[in-house]
Design a protein around this ligand. Structure first.
Ligand code: NAD
Length: 344
């Protein structure tokens, strides 16, 4: 089995080579992202392996289909970069629905603590032997209210972490999870209540037409003054211009972003010697109360190992059995997990 692997980073190879060897899957690693210009590299392969910032639009799908490439193995959970409607019937789309919700939830708390206790500033100051504490006054998380949008795997782990800190949890989910709310410290509420009452808001829902810019001017207007916005989910959930304005107006107290709507051409790459053209991102990064990490939340050894193991298993199942429990289908207007293995 031969798979063209796009957007390769050095840390991908160790685990993909290991699990690939065990199961007879050979990866050809390309540093290029998958898009209309690079799709030709997939010629003569059984499948392609893609990540969050590869572009799998209708024309890429048609090219893959024309070349006889039958498998698109996503090595991530989200699939907002795939035209799922167009893919149906042309290519099997496989994903890794869960690899380590702990990796992402723990990174979210790392960002929150860094922001609230000004660790990002203190680190730089003490490196320069500046031991002044001026401007570093934070606040206790204990007793504060966190609003969690999306109570899936990551949202629920983050809830547990927040409960450990003695925080109250307000949650919103389009499909509430039974047994999640305890009626006391963890409650489901509507979005207006969540925006109005939360000291911290953390996004853990997928990016869909409904959730795009769920953090926008209107929602920020409803928030408490000083609210902290955490986004470790997908950049498009936040209207970055509205967030920037909220920060300038001192309405938003801080923002921690592991993802950014226009991240595709920037994140994961070294632009330290370049002039970054994106003024909104540059302005956000310049703010003392904004922390940006480069889509790093998933990056733990455990997650990388689980991603590679599941991706390889998905490919093997699809090629050997013609079905895979992690296949995505397009039904009733949206993408769904394929339950019966007969998507085509
Ligand atoms: P999940 O599918 O387990 O949970 C998503 C939750 O969002 C579900 O409970 C679902 O009902 C809810 N939801 C769906 N539509 C909604 C809507 N319109 N409004 C509110 N809630 C809605 O997914 P997960 O594994 O917890 O991952 C959450 C998100 O985290 C993913 O979609 C992905 O974009 C992101 N993610 C980011 C990283 C990273 O490295 N930064 C890594 C993995 C996942």
């Amino acid at each position: 089995m031969k798979i063209a692997f796009f957007d390769t980073k050095p840390y991908d190879k160790e685990f993909f080579d290991m699990y690939g060897r065990q199961h007879g899957v050979k990866f050809k690693y390309y540093e290029a992202k998958l898009n209309g210009d690079t799709v030709g590299l997939a010629k003569d392969f059984d499948g392609v392996c893609a990540f969050v910032n590869d572009t799998v639009d209708a024309s890429v799908i048609d090219s893959l289909n024309a070349m006889g490439v039958k498998i698109l193995a996503l090595r991530c959970a989200g699939y907002n970069n795939v035209d799922m409607k167009h893919a149906f019937g042309k290519i099997h789309v496989l994903r890794v629905p869960a690899y380590s919700p702990y990796a992402v939830a723990e990174h979210t708390m790392a960002l929150l603590l860094t922001s609230v206790r000004r660790i990002h500033k203190a680190y730089i100051r003490t490196k320069d032997f500046n031991f002044s504490l001026a401007g570093f006054t934070g606040f206790d998380l204990h007793g504060k209210t966190v609003g969690i949008i999306g109570t899936g795997k990551i949202g629920r782990v983050f809830t547990d972490i927040c409960k450990g800190f003695g925080m109250k949890v307000l949650a919103y989910d389009k499909f509430p999870v039974q047994g999640y709310a305890d009626g006391e410290n963890v409650k489901y509420v509507d979005t207006d209540t969540l925006f109005k009452e939360s000291d911290v808001i953390s996004l853990h829902c997928p990016l869909t037409d409904e959730t795009r810019h769920i953090i926008n001017k209107d929602s920020i207007d409803k928030c408490k003054k000083g609210v902290i916005i955490l986004n470790t989910s997908r950049g498009g959930l936040v209207d970055a211009e509205a967030l920037l304005n909220g920060i300038k107006e001192r309405k938003v107290g801080a923002a921690c972003l592991d993802v950014y709507e226009e991240e595709a051409d920037l994140f994961f790459e070294d632009y330290s010697g370049h002039i970054v053209e994106d003024d909104t991102l540059a302005r956000l990064i310049s703010m003392p109360n904004v922390i940006v990490t480069s889509h790093q939340a998933f990056l733990t050894k455990e997650a990388l190992s689980n991603i590679a193991e599941t991706t390889v298993q998905n490919i093997v199942d699809m090629i050997k059995d013609g079905q895979c429990r992690n296949e995505l289908c397009f039904r009733g207007g949206s993408a769904v997990d394929c339950k019966d293995g007969k998507c085509f």
